[in-house]
Design a binder for this molecule. Structure first.
Ligand SMILES: Nc1ncnc2c1ncn2[C@@H]1O[C@H](COP(=O)(O)OP(=O)(O)OP(=O)(O)O)[C@@H](O)[C@H]1O
Ligand SMILES: [Mg+2]
Length: 494
């Protein structure tokens, strides 16, 4: 059954065609008025539109309906009907995307055939359209650029853990791509069709954050005028990103711990809980261990979250990736916006590479956007860069570095396509359950491999005991002192 919107100013004709379509099992929205039909396009999003070109004595309406229908729902198919045998208008309609046209008078049988063909065309197109959209979305969300070994390790880790339900802790300075990684995890997991819900835990005061996360019942506090669903429930089936987790208050930390342990949420002012199926990804730019040590972050929650840590390198640590990132921003962000291909001079690239980038990739992205906007022509040079990058240079030096334009542009590196880790991998999740079946490839030193296994196993045991070290030591069959020592060693490089 398909939804068909039908519009013609002749009532008898509308009735006849509508009846035929209903007999064919379709849901029909019949109209004799062009404006009403246009309004209905938005509400019903029909798969097929059959419209007269010349009704209301005005010529524009039919074409307007055609264009609107296609704009609102690109796979929609439109059959136009022309009353005056005007082949030019019919051709114009075809050019504007009509699927077919029929001249009045026509036999109902003719229309019926045309409808059948149009609908099977729509079916094929929709499927294709849907697939393309999905693919685009995946790529869009996975555009993580980096060829430095530390980034390769990140890609490998994402690939291994994306399609599991493990809790992930993404660690990295501001602007290193924590949210990007969280999205990549979500959109490369079986949860990709359910919501991805990010929330910044430092942006709201405690009570607001509590009702945002868990929801509230009407009347639970002053101002709670309606029942409200929390983000955990909104993310049901999908992924929640708890950004800046380190700033969560102790009360909320214990509530969160309960959600993680019991997979249930209770709204503020409610005494019953609801089961939720949500994958938790947390992110932080402050070292949580330090907060655990000074008592401002619950140790048991830390171990629950830190099951699989993904550390992101700062841009300083992978400065060799800078030209690649510059190429990416110019090609994929600046060029589509401005329609211009940009180049960059060698001295400008050198200044970029010498900067410390406290704001990491975000700061670089902004600097490139700004430079492209300010730059005259399409070659970015030193004078186009933000003043913060030039503060160690005298005006004379800046002038000297703004060389003869075309002489010294950098050949930007090719962005590997696709600039992301493979999407159709088979997910190796076994290493999460069984330490002996690691995804590590031969070539890794045995010591590294063993340390990786040990670390994963320690973390899982700590998570199981809720951070209780005595219990964990007992389970592991080691002394408490040994456990302390092992936990205080650095996490292995992945
Ligand atoms: N590896 C990368 N490749 C391409 N773009 C990146 C990369 N890392 C970060 N970016 C871009 O930098 C910007 C900041 O990234 P993101 O918001 O993910 O960082 P963050 O670590 O969450 O920052 P904050 O701590 O400030 O919230 C985004 O526009 C993102 O697209
Ligand atoms: Mg962020």
């Amino acid at each position: 059954m398909s939804k068909v919107l039908l519009v013609d100013d002749e009532m008898t004709m509308v009735q006849m065609v509508a009846e035929m379509l209903r007999e064919g099992g379709h849901e029909v929205f019949p109209f004799t008025n062009g404006n009403a039909a246009i309004a209905a396009l938005e509400t019903h999003s029909p798969e097929l539109v059959i419209t007269d070109l010349y009704f209301d004595k005005a010529r524009a309406h039919g074409l307007e309906i055609l264009q609107k229908a296609r704009a609102l729902n690109p796979p929609a198919v439109v059959i136009v009907i022309t009353g005056f045998g005007s082949i030019e208008t019919a051709v114009e309609a075809m050019k504007k995307g009509a699927y077919d046209y029929l001249e009045k008078p026509f036999k109902l049988e003719e229309l019926k055939l045309c409808v059948q063909r149009a609908l099977s065309y729509n079916e094929a197109i929709s499927e294709n359209f849907y697939l393309r959209k999905q693919l685009k979305k995946k790529y869009q969300f996975s555009q993580i650029i980096g060829s430095a070994p530390k980034m390769q390790a990140v890609f490998k880790l994402i690939e291994r853990v994306a399609d599991t339900d493990s809790t992930i802790l993404i660690l990295g300075e501001s602007g290193t791509g924590k949210e990007l990684v969280a999205r990549a995890l979500h959109f490369n997991s079986h949860r990709q069709h359910a919501p991805f819900v990010p929330i910044n835990c430092s942006a709201l005061p405690e009570n607001l954050l509590e009702s945002e996360l868990f929801g509230h019942r009407k009347g639970a506090f002053t101002g709670a005028i309606n029942d409200k669903q929390g983000l955990f429930q909104e993310a049901d089936g999908g992924t929640i990103l708890l950004d800046e987790i380190g700033s969560m208050s102790p009360t909320l930390q214990s509530r969160l711990l309960r959600v993680l342990q019991e997979r249930e949420v209770r709204r503020v002012g409610d005494n019953t809980s609801t089961f939720v199926n949500v994958r938790v990804v947390a992110a932080t730019n402050e070292p949580l261990e330090k907060k655990v040590r000074d008592g401002s972050f619950r140790e048991d929650l830390y171990y629950r979250l830190n099951v699989i840590p993904i550390p992101l390198p700062s841009l300083r640590e992978r400065i060799d990736d800078l030209p690649l990132l510059v190429a990416h921003f110019l090609k994929d962000k600046v060029n589509p916006r401005t329609g211009k291909p940009f180049q960059i001079t060698r001295p400008a690239m050198d200044v970029l590479c010498a900067h410390g980038w406290p704001g990491n990739v975000r700061e670089l992205e902004n600097a490139i956007e700004r430079a492209a906007t300010l730059c005259e022509g399409n070659i970015i040079q030193v004078t186009d860069l933000p003043p913060s990058l030039l503060k160690n240079l005298s005006p004379e030096e800046v002038a000297a570095l703004s060389v003869e334009l075309s002489a010294a542009t950098v050949t930007l590196p090719e962005i590997p396509t696709p600039a992301l880790y493979p999407l159709n991998h088979t997910h190796d999740t076994t290493f999460l359950a069984a330490p002996e079946s690691s995804g590590a490839q031969p070539g890794v030193p045995l010591k590294t491999f063993l340390r990786e296994q040990e670390w994963a196993f320690l973390n899982r045991t700590m998570a199981q005991t809720g951070g209780d070290k005595e219990k964990a030591a007992l389970l592991l069959g080691v002394s408490l002192a040994t456990l302390y020592r092992k936990l205080s060693e650095d996490a292995p490089e992945t």
